[in-house]
Design a binder for this molecule. Sequence first.
Ligand SMILES: [Fe+2]
Ligand SMILES: [Fe+2]
Length: 359
Amino acid sequence: MSIPADSLAIRQDGAFVLLVSDRPSERTALERAISFVIDCRAAGPDAAGLAGRPVFALLDLAPPALKTWLRKLDERMPSIPRLALVRGEPETPSRNTQFLSAGSPRKVVLSHAFAMIEAATQTASHRAQRLQDRTRSAKILVADLFDSVALGGSVDHGELDRGTETVLSAISESGISAWLAELWRHDAGVYEHTLSVAGFCAAFGTRIGLSKADLARLARSALLHDIGKSRIPKSILDKPGRLDANEERLMRRHPEMGAAFLTAQGGFAPEVIDVVLHHHERLDGTGYPNRLKGPEIKDLVRIVAICDVFSALTERRSYRQPATPAEALAIMVETQGHLDPDLLGAFAPAMLACEPLAA
Ligand SMILES: [Fe+2]
Ligand SMILES: [Fe+2]
């Protein structure tokens, strides 16, 4: 006998249902039944946090706790569908929330839950596929960008726009953690670094409420920030260990080489070239190439610098373990005078929630 693959489609790697109930025996019965089709994490109403991202939530709670949990889900994961079992008058369903009387027979509750889980997992698997496609095409695009410049060609503005759009849509639909996990699944190199800095910029820019145009400018600058590295020999870029003094000197020229290249090609906004030239400047004047200080370093540059440092610290390298997000933030906060403290204060809480990069 062969079981059609479709009939097992609900159980997916890492997908789970969140069940919150204040009726212990009902919670046990529902958890057991749901576990037949998908992993189920059950909790009482006082459970502290939400670890991971469920595909569906089933809430079985008295009115005040139900309100609290619905609000919590609205704030943190508004797109997750949920079924709420209500003790009083049933409420009007909203886009993502269905209500059912808590007195309904368990099989009615379960048939509603299973139908919603099936719909949610289909959406989740389509979303995962889309993320895979986006990551693959973004990698090809960045590799082409770097190769073209390395071979003396130019940056194709249309391709760059497509790359910007791909990063922004991937971050807005899947979030930074999923983007990083997909990005670093196979390789670790300058392309992955470029795309993870662009991802951090898109996530951070969205969080601090940048306009669409500023967000696109930020993501585009991030995609180009290390373009000067395309002119650095591969033996230095891929060296499995620390660089010697000469190699380090050459490596430190990548901001100027990148900015000179983009200026010569033409058609790039001055703010974008500013990012490429100055993303290694530090507020206290200890950066390079121009030892700029404080107000000489513009906001867009400051944002890319924070995302660049955070990304570099949390990336795996052949000669050291990656820092966790918390360790990286501790290093960044400790190194006073380098990065914008206000921006870092906004960046830190957003990134602490981000899971470590795949090892
Ligand atoms: Fe750089
Ligand atoms: Fe960089």
